[in-house]
Design a protein. Structure first.
Length: 95
């Protein structure tokens, strides 16, 4: 697994009093299969495998961290509740 490193990007962006965007964390690996193991999500995105397993989450988080470390750019964000808890994610295509 790629080691986490801090980069010079705002760590959290408040959306409202309940929701904020933040970095994808290694700790998210165990939650991603629970959120993404859905055939509808696979059919709608065609980029998220189904079934979605922990190995897929590890590969995704490693890919995110490697991109951030090599470019200094954050293009993938976790959507979290202000009390904590991953509820989704959003990513930007970067070319």
């Amino acid at each position: 697994m790629v080691e986490s490193q801090r980069i010079n990007i705002e760590e959290h962006m408040k959306i409202d009093d309940e929701i904020y965007l933040g970095p994808i964390l290694t700790e998210d690996i165990s939650h991603l299969p629970e959120l993404l193991n859905d055939k509808y999500i696979h059919d709608a995105t065609h980029s998220i495998p189904h079934p979605y397993r922990e190995a897929d989450a590890v590969a995704y988080v490693d890919q995110v961290k490697l991109f951030e470390q090599s470019t200094g750019i954050r293009k993938d964000y976790a959507i979290r509740r202000s009390q904590g808890g991953l509820i989704g994610g959003v990513g930007l295509l970067y070319q």
